[in-house]
Write a protein that binds this ligand. Structure first.
Ligand SMILES: *Cc1c(COP(=O)(O)O)cnc(C)c1O
Length: 259
């Protein structure tokens, strides 16, 4: 059996190592979160067998189905997509981590449901670093006030920030998103005397650039699991990779976007 998942994973790990080293960082500071959305449980099981325990999913229903299908394995689930308040009760049951907190309503509901379940959850606050209206997340200017309210929620273990950069082949604009996140993070750390260690940013097409700008968690789907062909699931679009050596974008080997 040809093991594409294993070789993809090795290639991504190597890219992370190279990017971290180029940035003068220790590669062990950067967590690789495999994003398994749209991919079958068997693929998750394979990557789990290769040493990964936590997986990212952006839809609650799909994540729950996989959690059930893979209940025998010691897997942790990270919900990385926008959450409606009425779905918080499900997430409180099965997820270890939620990376897309951007409303107090959801925070309140999650906290309540977690308390009822006797659980806690790792949480990242999503920031809209690109200013695109279609993106979820808080405006960078709103993060200070928002995060000040989160201390009230005992079951939320708030660890840092998450963002999706603009999808663009213009690396200057992508880097601006990542840099603005570092600024927001520093502002919170100054205010709180530390904390806010997690900076989740970077996906298949831009994770090297994110690592250069302080990312501690890269969420990588397609470069591990292969392209997602359903356009509805196809986020963020065509994929390019940032090559820190060449200072240019290079195409990675993925099929063309389907119709
Ligand atoms: C799908 C998704 C990713 C991974 O994107 P890839 O291009 O597959 O690496 C990362 N973050 C979020 C929030 C996603 O929904």
């Amino acid at each position: 059996m040809s093991d594409t998942l294993a070789s993809n994973l090795t290639a991504v790990e190597e890219r992370i190592r190279v990017a971290a080293t180029a940035a003068g960082r220790d590669p062990s500071e950067i967590r690789l979160l495999p994003v398994s959305k749209t991919k079958p449980p068997a693929d998750v099981a394979r990557v789990h067998a290769l040493g990964y325990r936590r997986f990212g999913e952006n839809k609650v229903q799909e994540a729950m189905e996989k959690a059930e299908a893979l209940a025998d394995l010691d897997i942790e689930w990270a919900v990385i997509g926008h959450l409606q308040t009425n779905k918080a009760k499900y997430v409180a049951r099965f997820a270890t981590e939620f990376q897309a907190l951007d409303s107090l309503k959801v925070a309140r509901e999650l906290d309540k449901r977690l308390q009822a379940e006797g659980r806690r959850m790792e949480v990242l606050v999503q920031v809209n670093s690109s200013g695109e209206p279609q993106k979820f997340g808080l405006d960078p200017e709103a993060v200070a006030d928002f995060t000040a309210e989160l201390a009230a929620f005992d079951a939320l273990d708030v660890r840092g920030l998450m963002t999706l950069a603009i999808f663009s082949s213009d690396h200057v604009r992508v880097a601006e998103c990542f840099r603005s996140m570092q600024q927001v993070q520093r502002g919170l750390q100054d205010r709180d005397g530390g904390g806010w260690a997690e900076l989740s940013m970077g996906m298949s097409g831009d994770f090297e650039l994110a690592i250069e700008h302080g990312s501690t968690c890269v969420r990588v789907g397609q470069a591990i699991f292969g392209a997602r062909l359903d356009p509805n699931d196809y986020w963020p679009g065509a994929v390019t990779a940032w090559d820190p050596q060449q200072r240019d974008h290079v195409g990675v080997d993925l099929p063309e976007r389907g119709e």
